[in-house]
Design a protein around this ligand. Structure first.
Ligand code: 6R9
Length: 645
């Protein structure tokens, strides 16, 4: 582990919202008297009716309940749009950069107001009411943001499904959310290639029928429109007014559901609510990115992930920022695309994932160095641990040794950033997410739940609640309690392992459950396994992660075939295609090993520890295998391993 320290640049210490002393003072206050601290912070958004209660939280087993600002009323779309009109109607809210570099546009807050109101009126005209769930399956175009804010405006609950998911995955999410409307586009465009979004929705709706599909025209490609179900957005929008009053929402009314992978079973619908979430994402966006008026801020995530929700849409817009939305990919039309966009739009803050950095690193410095990047002042990282080599490269090559890097640790469940450097305040150590954000009380615990003090390594839990915390698993509160509050009673369990060093800095070491992180995308090994065993020739499957130079982790699948079936290269390809169809391209196994048997205990439990070691090509350290029902299977697994280094 690198222990190199990067001091806060002098210019930063002067200009930033926070200094180290201020951070320490505010942090101490936030932990000492959370009610007072959050009562004050709650004022950063506008309320229709002010709150008198701040926090009402119980982590008690069987009685988990999380409420913030519960008697206040507000509206998220009002806060992200209307309240800026008096001062920022002409300021750019969204810079949209198309897949093709010749296509870009700027949307002012004034225009955003009209677009969001129109979209809200279209939803209403098509029967959407407060509390209804609306599925959004969109490319990275401004209409995705309009649709989200339009739902928030009328009190509908959006469920955004990432455009890379398959029809089956869409169908499962439509069913789980009991959603009767899908908003999509004819096609998406990424790296010059078309993505058949509407066709995927059609296939999903075969399995999970919906009443209405609203289709935004993006490419003009040929799509089928089903009579009585499908409508064109532009035709509907032409019929409605550009004003729509924001609904008065209670602080704890649901804002959105976002599905994420867990260690078991199907993806969970993470539910976030209105008031606390918005306070938290606005506050973290301001401090973590040291956002100042007039700056250009770019988060490269997709709105289909929580990072897109909190740090492309809600946080930045609540703060009246200019947020850049990019439709394309880092390598199209050239591998300099990110930096060309930075120069074109004079981007000040750039927030991306380590996997992107690592893949660009592979192409060397020249594609970066041929661009100027003079506007950049801050870099950010999110989604997975960033290895010190990638951190140093990001700092030196992309940031010209001038820009601090904020390595932000958080989760779909946490709503916003939890452990992070604060530029101006925090000395950086490459590879460390450094210190907790205000109000966040991280603890390290051992397997028995004993809290570890000082420099230590253990499982990361968060004691106490914070306003951006998820409130429940949609439709399954029991699963919520079991997943997050049962391993360590009275604490929120993150699922991550973590080390704390002698300076109190946190180093996330990765998941300790059966969740893997592929290119910053969360994937449950159980999901990939169930996709594999749904193939008629597969009898059993076990999936583990293994270290991958660019993706962080790759997907390694052990597959046992039905008696009489023969393994072949063709079958290997077929299984990869099968998983892509069942879940989506992000779940494609990188390596498949056909195995006559899996290592099981006598009680029939697959010993994943062994499979992980073999996938890592570290089979000399398999540990105790004496409890295996048939230790001989291990020899075969080793002999036929797919990741020989
Ligand atoms: C925001 C987001 C959450 C999981 C999380 C952890 C990993 C995210 C990280 C990080 C190390 C960071 N993770 N940020 N690990 N350093 N800065 O990514 O949400 O998709 O729910 O993933 O990602 O393992 O538990 P989500």
């Amino acid at each position: 582990m690198s222990e190199k320290i990067y001091e806060v640049p002098a210019a930063w210490a002067k200009k930033a919202h926070l200094t180290d002393a201020k951070y320490k003072k505010m942090y101490a206050a936030s932990i000492k008297d959370p009610d007072k601290f959050w009562a004050e912070q709650g004022k950063r958004i506008d309320w229709f009716k002010p709150y008198s209660k701040v926090r009402n939280v119980s982590y008690k087993p069987g009685k988990v309940s999380i409420k913030w600002y519960e008697d206040g009323t507000t509206n998220v779309s009002y806060n992200c749009v209307d309240r800026h009109l008096a001062t920022r109607a002409k300021q750019t809210a969204i810079i949209w950069e198309g897949d093709d570099p010749s296509e870009s546009k700027k949307i002012s807050y004034g225009q955003l107001y009209t677009e969001v109101c129109k979209f809200a009126n279209v939803l209403k005209a098509n029967g959407v009411k407060k509390g209804d769930r609306v599925t959004i399956y969109m490319p990275m175009i401004p209409e995705a943001t309009y649709a989200m804010l339009a739902c928030a405006r009328i009190g509908a609950v959006h469920s955004v499904v990432f455009g890379g998911f398959s029809p089956d995955s869409i169908a499962n999410r439509i069913e789980d959310a009991t959603s009767e409307m899908v908003i999509t586009a004819d096609e998406g465009l990424r790296g010059g290639r078309k993505v058949p979004l509407k066709a995927n929705v059609d296939a999903a709706a075969e399995k999970a029928p919906v009443k209405t599909v609203i289709v935004v025209k993006r490419t003009g490609g040929d799509v089928a429109m089903k009579d009585g179900r499908d409508v064109w957005y532009h035709e509907e929008a032409a019929k409605v007014s550009g004003h729509c009053p924001p609904a008065e929402m209670k602080a704890e009314d649901p804002l959105f559901i976002l599905y994420t992978s867990g260690s078991t079973g199907k993806p969970k619908g993470v539910l976030h609510t209105t008031g606390g979430y918005l306070v938290y994402v606005a506050m973290t966006h301001q401090y973590v990115f040291d956002y100042h008026d007039g700056e250009i801020y770019w988060c490269t995530a997709d709105v289909g992930w929580v990072t897109g929700h909190s740090y492309i849409v809600y946080g930045p817009l609540a703060n009246g920022a200019t947020t850049l939305m990019f439709e394309g990919i880092p390598t199209y039309p050239t591998i300099s695309r990110f930096w060309d966009v930075v120069d074109k739009h004079k981007v000040n803050t750039f927030y991306t994932a380590p996997t992107a950095i690592r893949s660009l690193m592979g192409a060397g410095e020249e594609p970066v160095k041929r661009t100027k990047r003079k506007s950049l002042r801050l870099l950010g990282s999110v989604g997975e641990p960033i290895n010190p080599e990638a951190w140093e490269w990001y700092h030196r090559v992309v940031g010209d040794d001038r820009c601090p890097i904020v390595d932000t640790w958080w989760q779909t469940e946490t709503g916003g950033i939890m452990i992070t450097p604060l530029p101006g305040a925090t000395r950086l150590k490459p590879g460390s997410a450094t210190r907790p954000f205000f109000g966040v009380k991280p603890e390290l615990v051992d397997a028995e739940g004993k809290v570890l003090e000082g420099a230590a390594e253990g499982n990361l839990v968060i004691a106490e609640s914070w306003p951006g915390q998820m409130r429940t698993v949609y439709g399954d509160h029991k699963r919520f309690e079991e997943t997050y509050f049962s391993a360590y009673p009275n604490k929120y369990f993150t699922g991550d392992g973590c080390r704390r060093d002698a300076d109190g800095y946190y180093w996330i070491t990765g998941r300790v459950d059966d969740v893997i992180n592929v290119s910053g995308h969360r994937m449950g090994t159980a999901e990939v396994e169930s996709a594999l065993v749904s193939h008629p020739m597969v009898s059993e499957a076990a999936v583990v992660g293994y270290p991958h130079d660019i993706k962080g982790q790759g997907i390694y699948a052990y597959v046992t075939l039905m008696t009489g079936e023969k393994s072949s290269e063709a079958l290997r390809k077929e299984l990869v295609a099968h998983v892509r169809k069942e879940i989506g391209p992000i779940a494609s196994p990188d390596l498949i090993q056909f195995a006559p048997g899996l290592p099981k205990t006598r009680s029939g439990k697959i010993m994943r520890r062994i499979l992980r070691k073999i996938a890592e090509d570290e089979f000399s350290a398999l540990g105790d295998t004496s409890t295996l029902a048939d230790p001989a299977v291990v020899d075969d697994l080793i002999a036929n391993r797919q990741n020989k280094r």
